[in-house]
Ligand binder design. Structure first.
Ligand code: NAD
Length: 482
């Protein structure tokens, strides 16, 4: 592919600086192209374009029914270009084509259609106040939004930010991960085709320390909507505090407990546990990375899970028969292998996997075998820290109280699952687990209408659903003396 440019004010722009990011295919190690490592001058131009469109009201001043149609069009166009976008995502990210199409482009399209439906339904209230006054509220767009997104679901998570921001009338500067910028650039082009006016959606590519930080520090950005790691979130809090106190919403990592009671439908629970950790090669914030299994069913459950993990077809993500692709980068693979090593050293048992997969062509890419650890104790590193790879840490428990204690025993609180046929137990667990999503007898269920976000250090603010609209609007109270 030819080198890419920045997307600013509806045009392809060269970067003012002379630094580039190499974009590579992690399944083959091949170089795809370069994108600019945008510096603060480039970010200034993108923010200025977004600001100008906001102040001129090119988007927020447009009739709501027209904006609704444009967002719906954008959803349709994403579906139309699904195969092309999926191929782009797979080439940058290493996940299977089926995952890129079904779990990235598909939900992104749905997200635009969902928020298209909100455009005409965002309104205030009239409030009965004391005295001779008429009081009402307006919900106004916050202004210029910086959307900083990760590489694991690059298009879906971009949609989680851009769709509600646009529905609320904001203008956006999107900063994709340096590892997966190409789908974001193509997405911006498609947005223009759908009718999003120039300047309303801009894309700046580059590293976090240059492009991301320039956006986070920018005094004319009103809000940053972020998905990524806790370490970056800490920096964003600082950037906000030393610049203009821009508002933040933070979707961070997870170490999600997947809790199996003895009365559960075992077949369903094993299948969901398998895909809960090995789907997206485990590089999923809500991955079922801690498997808590009741002592009564522990051994047979793990035997079944390991047998299925061993059979997973790991390999070329473009091959429709492949079930698990390559990790995102050599760095991420090494990180995962270090965690596997620490699990072994701390005394956990590898039931399957536990090493890099270098069979055949896989030696050129960054593949890790699906790995199941048993005998994990809650205090071990592999039970506390986010591995972000195809590694599940199984922990044995004896009763519901112990399961809750273990489930809540990390700094994270993104998601959890409970497997039981006992409806009282299910609801009790849902109430006691500190997590933004709790799945009962299912795993990784998502819908554009249902909010997603964290408790504790998994972040604050919610993506999706009506809750996300609060992130992109200011409420104004208007008083009229009668
Ligand atoms: P990351 O924090 O390294 O990067 C995320 C984004 O932030 C990238 O675009 C990166 O360039 C940018 N960035 C990095 N440093 C920056 C800085 N100083 N200032 C501004 N921007 C900066 O995370 P990642 O490695 O891309 O993604 C993995 C992490 O994301 C995991 O912890 C995972 O759990 C989390 N994640 C969370 C969710 C969720 O919805 N909660 C979803 C996906 C991923």
């Amino acid at each position: 592919m030819p080198p890419s440019k920045l997307f600013i004010n509806g045009c392809w722009e060269d970067s003012a600086c002379d630094r580039f990011v190499d974009v590579c295919n992690p399944a083959t190690g091949e170089h795809i192209t370069t994108v600019p490592d945008a510096d603060s001058c480039d970010v200034d131009r993108a923010v200025a374009a977004a600001r100008a469109s906001f102040e001129k009201k090119t988007w927020r001043g447009m009739d709501p029914s027209k904006r609704e149609r444009i967002l719906w069009n954008l959803g349709d166009l994403l579906v139309k270009h699904r195969d092309e976008l999926a191929a782009l995502i797979t080439s940058e990210n290493g996940k299977t084509l089926r995952e890129s199409a079904g779990a990235d482009v598909g939900p992104a399209a749905d997200c635009f259609r969902y928020y298209a439906g909100w455009v005409r339904k965002i309104y205030g209230e009239t409030i009965p106040v004391d005295g001779p006054f008429f009081n009402y509220t307006l919900r106004e767009p916050v202004g210029v939004v910086g959307a900083i997104v990760p590489w694991n679901f690059p298009l879906q998570i971009a949609a989680w930010k851009v769709a509600p921001a646009l529905a609320c009338g904001c203008s956006v500067v999107l900063k994709p991960s340096e590892l997966t910028p190409l789908n974001a650039l193509r997405f911006a082009e498609i947005a223009m085709e759908a009718g999003v006016p120039e300047g309303v959606l801009n894309v700046v590519t580059g590293y976090g320390a240059t492009t991301g930080e320039a956006l986070a520090l920018h005094p004319d950005v009103d809000k940053i909507s972020f998905t990524g790691s806790i370490a970056t979130a800490r920096k964003l809090l600082q950037s906000s505090s030393v610049s203009n106190l821009k508002r933040l919403s933070l979707e961070l990592g997870g170490k999600s407990p997947n809790i199996v009671f003895p009365d559960a439908d075992m077949d369903q629970a094993v299948k969901a546990s398998l895909w809960g950790i090995f789907g997206g090669k485990g590089e999923v914030c809500s991955a079922a990375s801690r498997l808590l299994v009741h002592a009564d069913v522990h051994d047979r459950f793990l035997e079944d899970l390991s047998a299925r993990a061993r059979k997973l077809r790991v390999g070329n993500p473009l091959d429709p028969a492949t079930q698990m692709g390559s990790q995102i980068s050599a760095r991420q693979m090494d990180r995962i292998l270090d965690y596997i090593e620490s699990g072994k050293q701390e005394g956990a048992t590898v039931l399957t996997g536990g090493e890099r997969d270098t069979a055949g062509d896989k030696a050129k890419g960054y593949f890790v075998k699906p790995t199941v650890f048993s005998g994990v104790k809650p205090e071990m590193k592999i039970a506390r820290e986010e591995i972000f790879g195809p590694v599940v840490s199984a922990i044995r428990f004896s009763d519901a109280d112990e399961a809750v204690r273990i489930a809540n025993g990390t700094v994270y609180g993104l998601a959890a699952a409970v497997w039981t046929r006992d409806v009282r137990l299910a609801h009790r667990m849902a109430g006691e687990i500190k997590a933004g999503s709790v799945w009962i007898n299912t795993y990784n269920s998502f819908d554009s209408g249902s909010p997603f976000g964290g408790y504790k250090q998994s972040g604050f603010g919610r993506d999706l659903g009506s809750y996300a609209l609060d992130q992109y609007t200011n409420v104004k109270s208007v008083w009229v003396a009668l």
